[in-house]
Ligand binder design. Structure first.
Ligand code: CMC
Length: 383
């Protein structure tokens, strides 16, 4: 129809220009603002990466200090936010509470919801980075049937979050590992959830509402929900007496749509560079334990990397393949894993929304379609 081009799933249509993230999917390269992901994972930390992703440059030590202090000071949420939880049975999926909870935060943040007021946008940025982890920790305590732990404003960002979940048992090495995982998830250009944040925001919708929409998009198992799906898959294989061969046959025959979860990517046609780093951490964190699920995961990976089905389709492990094993070792329930992905991705969603809002060429997102339905017909009352 006219000059409309059909591109289901946007496999080759760019929806925007962006200066934030560079990916070369064939070579397995990922850079935030020009910095390679392995460099940042090794040498930076999450709040510095948040600043970099959102503001475009690494902060000076004074700028970083100021940014961190503003975030750390805002971690308490209004007492009434906790009323949210009485509406959600403990069995509720944590991602449902997260998205609803962000909308509750929005209703207490009316001084920060203007979309083109630089000061308000910066205040909303700080508040979201500060308060979404607080909300997430309450969600963890709620779904696991435990009393809430209040934020400790003296503690660092990641340590405070983990202590709000697990109390005093949290170890320094866990804080470091979680911080690195957040860095790895911080931003990933126009994936499904980020595109959702941009599309919702393109209607001049505020940051909170746009990010809540992103959370819902992330939930799906083809996207961030894959980290939960991977652990479910590994457990199912374990329960079948480790019958990896039968499982792989099913995948290759596409029986009941069974997929090797944690494999494949729209952009990476090579090893996902994030997966390489996660795998290294998985080996370190689980080194002292005899972890049957890790053995199954490694077995699946080895079979897949040497199998024509996966080789010909260029299917490699993605970031979600090994993360769940680490989250499980921390003590998070499987259905909570995607919340951790969301906490990591917050700066990316915020940065993309802000980039769009300040782009003078920004237009409302409004894809076209190719109509294939009925031509005109006359209404007739049906018997
Ligand atoms: N297991 C088995 N076959 C697969 C898989 C898989 N995980 N992924 C893709 N394929 C096959 C697919 O069936 C298709 O085969 P054919 O050419 O015979 O039709 C071919 O590979 C190309 O796949 P596609 O579905 O056209 O690729 P896509 O770019 O549309 O989908 C994907 C990308 C990530 C949704 C898909 O690979 C998938 O569903 N993977 C499993 C879920 C997953 O791990 N998601 C996490 C993605 S990374 C981080 C994130 O976004 O959260």
């Amino acid at each position: 129809t006219g000059n409309t081009t059909l591109d289901p799933g946007f496999t080759n249509t760019a929806s925007c220009v962006s200066r934030i993230t560079f990916i070369d999917g064939d070579q397995g390269i990922l850079r935030y603002r020009g910095y390679p992901i392995d460099d940042l994972a090794e040498n930076s930390h999450f709040l510095e990466v948040c600043y970099l992703v959102i503001h475009g440059e690494l902060p000076s030590s004074a700028e970083l200090e100021e940014f961190e202090q503003r975030i750390l000071a805002e971690r308490k949420v209004h007492e009434d936010v906790k009323n949210l939880f009485s509406a959600f049975p403990r069995s509720t999926h944590p991602m449902a509470i997260l998205s609803a909870g962000i909308m509750v935060l929005e209703s207490y943040a009316q001084d920060t919801v203007a979309v083109r007021d630089e000061k308000q946008v910066e205040a909303a940025t700080v508040r979201m980075l500060a308060q979404v982890p607080t909300l997430a920790a309450y969600i963890f305590r709620h779904v696991t049937g435990q009393e809430f732990i209040e934020p400790d404003l003296e503690l660092g960002y990641v340590e405070n979050f983990l202590r709000m979940c697990f109390g005093d048992s949290v170890e320094e090495s866990q804080v470091k590992a979680m911080d690195t995982l957040f860095v790895l998830h911080a931003e990933h250009e126009q994936n499904c959830s980020t595109s959702t944040v941009r599309l919702v925001g393109s209607a001049d919708t505020n940051l909170y509402a746009s990010v809540a929409a992103g959370v819902n998009a992330l939930w799906g198992p083809r996207h961030g929900g894959a980290n939960q799906a991977v652990l479910e898959m590994l457990n199912a294989i374990k329960d079948s007496d480790n019958d990896t061969a039968t499982f792989m046959e099913k995948v290759k025959k596409k029986e009941d749509g069974v997929k090797l979860m944690g494999f494949g990517h729209r952009v990476y046609k090579n090893y996902d560079p994030r997966a390489t780093i996660v795998k290294k951490h998985t080996d370190e964190i689980l080194a002292s334990t005899d972890n049957e699920l890790l053995d199954i995961a490694k077995g699946l990976e080895e079979v897949a990397l040497n199998d024509d089905y996966f080789k010909s389709r260029k299917l490699y492990p993605n970031v979600d393949f090994y993360t769940g094993l680490i989250y499980e070792a921390f003590g998070f329930p499987m259905n909570y894993f995607t919340v951790l992905f969301a906490l990591g991705r917050l700066p990316g969603w915020i940065a993309q929304w802000r980039e769009m809002m300040t782009d003078p060429d920004n237009k409302i997102g409004r894809p076209r379609q190719v109509y294939i339905g009925e031509t005109e017909r006359k209404y007739q009352k049906q018997a």
